[in-house]
Design a protein around this ligand. Structure first.
Ligand code: FUB
Length: 298
């Protein structure tokens, strides 16, 4: 059963925080239904990371995507040569749609870029990373993490360069960022309905590993009523060495694994290259009240 908030709030999860041309964009899962059955994606935009507005629906399964009808989850987006690539989960496949602006409209490529069963584990939770040499990688997985080189068209992967990674704590939401010579692989451990859903990190000297587990980056803060802090993305604020992590948690108050909200906190890289533990709740940017255009507030 779904429940909606009364004052125009919506539940969002699985945030992919990005910056394009001086503006921030957040590509989330639309949450609030008990089996994560949403069939459409919205994008939120902000000039200052504090005030966010819902830019409307950018892709609807069934209508805009012929090969899937539900479970629109965990998207990611990037830009190359003036085109915007929107990667998304749909019924345990990964799709990609292309647009001319960060807010769409996006046109589906016509078939999954990674199909259900094509690789081990579940085909969910895409993330996209572009290295300093311009090579882009698509990450995905549940149970098994995959890091694949994207072809120049950005709508297909180089099947000769797909790296698999497993770890006892790897559940889902693999994400990659680089600072200097060090690559950071981060992921979610446990189930998103579990208060102990949390983010771990590893380091490596290449974008495909090998990876050294470095422990927990972010976890619940029960004393502050904060639970299930996971499925994140990490963004460098353009032109700075400031870094942010966007993640979801059980909505406060009364949330659960199907009613989640997005928050943003700083990520600190210590001089050693280690990541400082993220402390949720002090002082997080909370996205519980994104303004929704009247035409969309149905
Ligand atoms: O939002 C649906 C699913 O829940 C995502 O794909 C997982 O990462 C978990 O957050």
């Amino acid at each position: 059963m779904s429940r909606s908030k009364e004052d125009g709030e919506r539940y969002y999860a699985d945030p992919a925080l990005t910056a394009f041309a001086g503006r921030y964009f957040l590509y989330p899962t639309t949450d609030g239904s008990d089996d994560w059955s949403s069939d459409s994606f919205h994008v939120l935009a902000s000039d200052d990371l504090h005030n966010w507005s819902d830019q409307g629906e950018i892709l609807r399964l069934g209508r805009d995507v012929s090969w899937a009808t539900a479970h629109a989850w965990a998207p990611a987006a990037t830009e190359r040569n003036g085109l915007y690539y929107f990667y998304f989960t749909a019924d345990d496949n990964i799709g990609v749609a292309v647009g001319t602006s960060p807010t769409g409209p996006f046109r589906d490529s016509g078939a999954p870029i990674v199909a259900d069963g094509q690789y081990s584990g579940r085909a969910i939770d895409p993330a996209v990373f572009t290295d300093d040499d311009g090579t882009s990688y698509l990450l995905w997985g549940n149970g098994v993490a995959h890091i694949a080189r994207l072809n120049d068209d950005m709508v297909s992967i180089d099947t000769d360069h797909v790296t698999e990674w497993t770890h006892p704590t790897f559940r889902e939401a693999a994400h990659l960022h680089r600072r200097g010579a060090l690559y950071y692989l981060t992921w979610s451990e446990n189930d998103t309905r579990d208060p102990e859903y949390r983010v771990r990190w590893a380091t490596g000297s290449t974008p495909v590993g090998p990876w050294t587990d470095r422990g927990v980056l972010l976890e619940q803060e029960p004393g502050e009523g904060i639970f299930a802090t996971g499925h994140h993305s990490i963004l460098r604020v353009p032109e700075t060495d400031d870094w942010l992590i966007a993640y979801h948690r059980f909505a406060v108050p009364d949330g659960d694994g199907f009613h989640r909200e997005i928050v943003i906190d700083p990520v600190i890289h210590l001089p050693s290259g280690d990541l400082a533990r993220v402390r949720p709740g002090s002082p997080s940017i909370r996205l519980t009240h994104p303004a929704i255009p009247e035409t969309l507030d149905t």
